[in-house]
Design a binder for this molecule. Structure first.
Ligand code: ATP
Length: 378
């Protein structure tokens, strides 16, 4: 053991010794703090993701003109899901056959946002805090959400279920709370949740504790939007399976819009819009195609038209190949004109009918596959 003289232990420390001790303690404290921070960050698998989200969020916030607002780590994470509505290409004119839905949406959802001063006089005029777009896949829900975002002039937060659910224990709740606090900070804001059924589905006893808590918290924060009359935040959900949504959530979305499979008139309008600007032959009769596409969604119709348009490209390529072969056989020189004419023939009714048959076949195969997978195994 070190033999320290008793006097040295008992005498008071000099000023420089105290100063030296304080400096050493501060350096030790700082080194410990940064080492622990470094270890925690190294152990956190989401650290890199968080840094990227922060960078993206900062960039986005600048782009959408939100500056000078202080955000915490979780709000930064959520801010990465904001969309620059000026960059959204979809407008109302890109949606066919849904004029009634669009008019209703404009009156009940957009007007209160756009003419805030007129609506401020009464609580009855407040925009709905929840809107649900529901219907089969491929019928225009996402198109409508995008066009709403563009027309509203609001900030638009585009959330996927996984943004809030695929997180460490406890993180989901912090992120959920960040969704609402960020929306309040940057309001007016629409929080859009695609496939809201997979995110806020019927609560069951099988729910993980964290999921159940996150849902309860989401609802209570949502209710909180109602407490202030000048709050300009709205949740908009889209779903193919509204029957799977928790009834408590459905109650919070009083404005519902059914976007179903298009009827014959709507199919005609959609076909006209999709084929606008295409080189069509005089033989094309879109009424006939609309009549023969019962059960097709807007997205099926787009696929049909795409196939039809491709047939002429295929024909063009074949024709060019045939011409080339003929030239080689005749061994003639090139002054007969260029081999590559750059004009495609117009789309004909036959192309559309071929596209229709192909689409019907693939839909048939799809439905027989799904009926096979739905068959009980025993
Ligand atoms: N009413 C419509 N007018 C014009 N195009 C449409 C319409 N409905 C669907 N489409 C076409 O189908 C594509 C898919 O539509 P959209 O993504 O909006 O469907 P959705 O209902 O959101 O489907 P999902 O539920 O699978 O997300 C669109 O990009 C568009 O090309």
């Amino acid at each position: 053991m070190l033999d320290v003289p008793r006097d040295a232990l008992l005498r008071p420390l000099s000023r420089s010794e105290v100063l030296g001790l304080v400096v050493r303690l501060t350096i030790f404290g700082a080194a410990t703090y940064f080492s622990i921070k470094w270890v925690v960050e190294a152990l956190d698998p989401t650290h890199k993701q968080k840094l990227q989200a922060k960078k993206k969020a900062e960039q986005l916030m600048k782009q959408i003109g939100v500056e000078g607002i202080k955000l915490n780590e979780y709000e930064m994470n959520i801010a990465a899901h904001l969309m620059d509505t000026q960059c959204i290409k979809v407008t109302w004119r890109d949606i066919a056959g849904l004029d009634e839905v669009i008019a209703e949406l404009q009156d009940s959802v957009l007007l209160p946002f756009q003419k805030r001063h007129l609506f401020a006089v009464s609580r009855l005029f407040q925009p709905p805090k929840g809107v649900l777009l529901y219907g089969p896949p491929g019928c225009g829900k996402t198109l409508i959400a995008k066009a709403t975002a563009r027309a509203s002039g609001c900030q638009f937060m585009n959330l996927q279920a996984s943004t809030l659910t695929d997180k460490w224990y406890g993180e989901s709740q912090k992120l959920t709370s960040a969704v609402f606090s960020l929306a309040m900070k940057i309001q007016p804001c629409i929080i859009f949740i695609d496939e809201i059924d997979s995110f806020l589905r019927n609560r069951s006893s099988l729910d993980h504790e964290a999921t159940a808590m996150m849902k309860a918290q989401f609802m209570s924060l949502w209710d909180g939007l109602d407490t202030s009359t000048d709050c300009q935040v709205m949740v908009m959900g889209a779903s193919n399976r509204p029957q799977d949504i928790d009834p408590a959530i459905l109650r919070r979305m009083p404005a519902t819009f059914h976007i179903g499979l298009p009827n014959q008139r709507q199919r005609h309008d959609i076909l006209k819009l999709i084929l606008a600007g295409e080189n069509l032959s005089n033989t094309v009769n879109l009424r006939e195609i609309a009549e023969r596409t019962e059960g097709f969604s807007g997205s099926d119709l787009r696929e049909l038209c795409r196939d039809a348009a491709l047939y002429r490209v295929r024909d063009y390529v074949r024709k060019q190949q045939m011409k080339q072969i003929a030239r080689q056989l005749q061994e003639c020189d090139t002054d007969d004109g260029p081999v590559n004419e750059d004009r495609l023939r117009p789309v004909t009714q036959l192309d559309l009918l071929f596209g229709l048959d192909k689409m019907k076949e693939s839909k048939h195969a799809e439905s027989s596959q799904s009926s096979l997978t739905e068959m009980p195994l025993d």
